[in-house]
Design a protein. Structure first.
Lengths: 414, 296
């Protein structure tokens, strides 16, 4: 972890002043890790959300709505992470977990209830809620980690998308398909995508790659409530597609896979990270999915983090862990590095945390999440993605390609 | 040609399921003149019960219990809510059913979460190939079951005393009551049947090619609504024809969306409503609906 140029003079000035006044060193800046040097809370400036040696962070998640299973996993992982970690070895972190039920209005109300007691937002689930809260997060100088990867979220100051945006992610997926010979220049690709930001962003990735590689793209836009992908697959088959790309939800993946089998469309599937859920492996689409689905993902899988899996299963014996656990741990690790850096700078005020966030560069989360190059407005925070394939393992998927930057990523990432 | 036939077959099978759900709307409307908006959540209840029970008690018993449970839920809605409001304007009753629907739906969505529950259909995702065209066995069976059920109800309305009582009470409740028809019983039975039909539709809706119970299954019922309306809300035959029309229109609009691009992306989603409006402009009571005659 290094401080970047963008952190500006404020951080430097604050750091110099605090160092001079207190003798608190900044050695974490060049130590490359998250450990901090300052040991005494009284040496650090604070404003909202820090009481004594406790930092309060907000969590707006979904425990009862449509993304409840994912929300539970991410939130459990947040809680597990902070029960084992402290900010610069001094501060405990307390999470204020609130359930939005995936309703933006509910999210806005819950935030207004917690905003005077929290320093930053550990998690805000879903693009709609993040978008609804963007003006408030901006004016309150809130550092926030969303569990969505849409390009528009990168425009919100202080909001750190945990990995590559959907466009970069799927472009990396294409790169993998080309490398493995599953797709060739000039081929035809059918892309089913949701209307709205998620789908549009995924499609943008496909279009960018298509332009480079002379692919012909058959586009099929659907609503998130559409269930039956038979007609779209029929259309793709008639067009003679060589690959199907999906920027949809697991339900549509299941339908597309079954329809492809029924209609004899024997081509690989490339999916954006939200398309996959372990539950699919118990359904009729399992065989096709295990054989032909490749998922471009900002997080790794449990086969590379068995210790995390064990830790999670010990903490939550009744849960069926999904890859949401890795998202949760990854975003907590990012928050820890931001707060450690702010603490090293002697400034745990909201402004100080925001400055530390803006100054992060080349963040490593022990390969739980892809390497983050830094958070700049409008730019994909990462150029890299993992490629996963479904398998009968905890979390439902294994890594077939470690985090890598595809040839199209830099051009799309901004 | 293959694409056309494939879309045609998919449209018919989709339409058959819409017809089953639309039939539920029709039966309740015929018995009580209430437009029931609860079919969506009843459908989801059926799917959820079958999925949850399949593992512990096996597939077929789970189907049976799922259908019974859904019928029971519909019966309770009728007894506890609709029956107590008898005599209230039908528009109020329709709004009340929206409220009941939201309550039931919210609870089911909470229980389902973002999980995908699978129903272990014995026919799985096997498909049948007719020449170049493939269709899932699940859809084929669904089409058959829908056809049989619709014929059975068509006959029941025409010839059984229950059917006559139902038609009489829909026509003129007061006179029917004076003639000794027990309106409450007719209405309760209609709701039970509609609940059971929703569960039967659900059983096939959560199989290939749309496997898994998720909250989105609910929205299928909303698409069956235009089917019931354009067929004529009081006509069983209309439910069938309306369902097929909507299913075909949707399948073709989605399959030929590139050719329909001048209408904008996502046209397939609005097709059911475009068809409904087009039909209603020509025939305000729907294709087979009874024309309202008012003597002045």
């Amino acid at each position: 972890m290094k401080l970047g140029k963008r952190s500006g003079s404020a951080v430097v000035l604050t750091a110099v002043l605090v160092t001079a006044a207190t003798g608190c060193s900044n050695k974490a800046q060049d130590s490359g890790g998250g450990s901090a040097a300052s040991g005494d809370a009284s040496e650090v400036t604070t404003d909202v959300g820090v009481e004594g040696n406790t930092i309060n962070l907000g969590v707006l998640t979904d425990l009862t709505g449509v993304f409840a299973a994912l929300g539970n996993d991410i939130t459990n992982a947040n809680t597990m992470f902070w029960s084992d970690n402290k900010v610069c070895d001094t501060y405990d972190v307390k999470l204020d977990v609130q359930d939005t039920g995936y309703v933006p209005q509910q999210g806005v109300q819950l935030y207004s209830g917690m905003k005077d007691s929290i320093l930053a937002m550990q998690q805000t689930i879903g693009s709609p809620i993040n978008t609804a809260l963007a003006p408030e997060y901006t004016s309150d100088q809130i550092v926030n980690f969303p569990s969505a990867w849409a390009q528009t979220l990168t425009e919100i100051p202080g909001t750190g998308v945990v990995g590559a945006t959907y466009a970069v992610e799927i472009a990396n997926g294409y790169d993998y398909m080309f490398q493995k010979g599953l797709l060739k220049e000039g081929d035809t690709v059918g892309h089913i995508y949701f209307e709205g930001e998620y789908g549009a962003n995924g499609l943008a990735g496909t279009q960018a790659v298509a332009k480079e590689k002379g692919l012909k793209v058959v586009e099929a836009q659907i609503k998130s409530t559409d269930q039956d992908m038979s007609s779209q697959i029929t259309q793709f088959k008639a067009a003679g597609v060589n690959m199907v790309a999906l920027t949809v939800a697991p339900t549509q993946l299941a339908s597309a896979a079954v329809a492809m089998e029924a209609q004899g469309l024997d081509v690989p599937i490339l999916g954006s990270n939200p398309v996959f859920a372990p539950g699919l492996l118990a359904g009729p689409a399992a065989n096709k999915i295990k054989q032909d689905l490749y998922v471009a993902s900002p997080v790794s899988a449990f086969d590379q983090h068995e210790d995390l899996l064990k830790q999670y299963q010990a903490a939550y014996p009744d849960a069926t862990p999904s890859l949401g656990v890795l998202v949760g741990v990854g975003m907590s690790e990012l928050m820890k590095q931001v707060l450690d850096s702010a603490c090293d700078n002697g400034d745990l005020t909201r402004q100080g945390v925001l400055d530390a966030f803006n100054g992060l560069e080349n963040v490593d989360t022990n390969d739980v999440v892809v390497p983050i190059r830094g958070f700049e407005p409008g730019k994909s925070p990462s150029l890299e993605s993992f490629i996963l394939q479904p398998a009968d393992v905890p979390g439902g998927a294994k890594v077939v390609q470690d985090a890598f930057e595809g040839q199209f990523a830099a051009a799309i990432a901004g | 040609m293959t694409q056309f036939l494939s879309l045609l077959l998919n449209g018919i099978s989709l339409g058959a399921m819409y017809a089953l759900i639309a039939l539920g709307f029709v039966i309740i409307f015929k018995a009580s003149e209430v437009v029931s908006f609860t079919q969506g959540s009843l459908l989801l209840l059926g799917a959820y019960s079958i999925a949850r029970l399949s593992e512990p008690i096996g597939f077929y018993p789970a189907v049976l219990v799922g259908i019974l449970l859904t019928a029971l839920a519909a019966f309770l809605i009728e007894r506890l809510v609709i029956n107590r409001l008898r005599g209230a304007p039908v528009i109020s009753l329709a709004i009340v059913t929206i409220g009941v629907d939201i309550i039931l739906l919210t609870e089911l969505i909470r229980r389902i979460g973002s999980d995908i529950l699978n129903v272990p259909h014995p026919w799985g995702s096997e498909s049948v190939r007719i020449g170049e065209v493939g269709i899932s066995q699940n859809r084929l069976i669904a089409t058959g079951v829908a056809g049989v059920l619709i014929i059975v109800f068509f006959a029941a309305f025409k010839y059984s005393s229950w059917g006559v009582a139902m038609r009489a009470s829909a026509e003129d409740g007061e006179t029917a009551a004076l003639m000794g028809i027990r309106l409450g019983r007719v209405s309760a039975l209609a709701w039970i049947v509609a609940g059971a039909l929703a569960a039967v539709a659900a059983l096939f809706l959560v199989g290939a090619p749309t496997p898994g119970v998720s909250a989105a299954a609910y929205t299928v019922a909303l698409r069956a609504f235009p089917a019931a309306i354009l067929g004529g809300l009081d006509s069983t035959g209309g439910a069938l024809v309306g369902g097929l029309l909507i299913g075909l229109a949707e399948s073709f609009a989605a399959g030929y969306q590139d050719q329909l691009l001048f209408l904008g992306r996502g046209f397939g989603d609005v097709v059911p409503y475009v068809v409904m409006i087009a039909v209603l402009l020509v025939r305000p009571s729907g294709l087979f609906g009874t024309k309202e005659l008012t003597r002045v």
